[in-house]
Design a protein around this ligand. Sequence first.
Ligand code: NAD
Ligand code: UDP
Length: 310
Amino acid sequence: MKRILITGGAGFLGSHLSERLLAEGHEVLCLDNFFTGSKDNIRHLLGNPHFECIRHDIINPIYLEVDQIYNLACPASPVHYQANPIKTIKTNVMGAINALGLAKRVKARILQASTSEVYGDPEIHPQTEAYWGRVNPIGIRSCYDEGKRAAECLMMDYHRQNGVDIKIARIFNTYGPRMAVSDGRVVSNFVIQALRGEAITIYGDGSQTRSFCYVDDLLEGLIRLMNSPSDFTGPVNIGNPVEFTILELAQRLIRMTGSASQLVYRPLPQDDPVQRKPDIALARKVLDWEPQVPLERGLEKTIAYFQQVI
Ligand code: NAD
Ligand code: UDP
């Protein structure tokens, strides 16, 4: 039994991860400032004697005794990370420094939730970990993209300079139950719009691509990475390599929900990547991991969830 800190533990991924780690018999400390996370996501865990929730902002240092740290604190949706971009980059940079400082002090292993956004608008397709990316350093996505790149840099420097035991996961678009209704990312937006019979908002012409990973698959990859041999630091891509256009996603959701929603086209946000698909050869080789849940099945579960909450 380990004592495990999850920063951002009340968010979409963090709350599912809390559940998984408790079910494996660990003690979980969930740290969150509740910016995009919610007590509703973890309410069912609050009575568990092995679960503790701490209201704290990771831009401030924290002193705890833990064995492992999953550093997930950071808004993940463009709508939310662009609402207060200075706070977003502070969360990424100061949050990584504080989480790494804690890991160094207590000799905990730390996993950084990085992102496919470190590849920016990629010229290499699919993206391998060796690709350095094409990120606009001064655009409206930079607070997130560059923040995550700085967090990766900090992880590697604490590892090289101080011997901190680190893991870097480059997470690709992940979806599933418990995404916030106000999240703004494409899967939750489209499912909610389809269920409400509202217009489905396609940004641009819908020809841009993403590769969607179901939350359970993603967490399996993260946990395998956390518990991989210490000479493997990553970065490693964790995502589903099956690629879809945004238009295909909309059409599929209309079919699956039997919705009468129409498609409406809105301007493509600045620096919105044209294509994205992970090369997961490294995860397959080192973690013996690959996604198991096809899009159709993951979407069924996500639709069922949103039918309950909206
Ligand atoms: P989310 O917004 O649901 O969760 C983020 C959590 O972090 C929320 O509970 C929020 O309240 C908390 N948080 C934000 N700023 C904080 C701060 N300063 N101090 C303490 N807590 C703070 O998003 P998510 O989808 O669960 O993403 C979790 C992590 O995974 C993020 O770091 C994100 O960048 C990364 N990631 C997610 C995806 C994805 O598709 N879901 C893709 C790539 C990377
Ligand atoms: N998108 C869209 N309609 C929406 C929300 C998003 O067409 O209501 C598009 C968005 O422009 C992007 C893709 O869907 O091309 C994925 O967007 P999301 O915000 O989910 O994630 P990210 O851009 O970070 O991959």
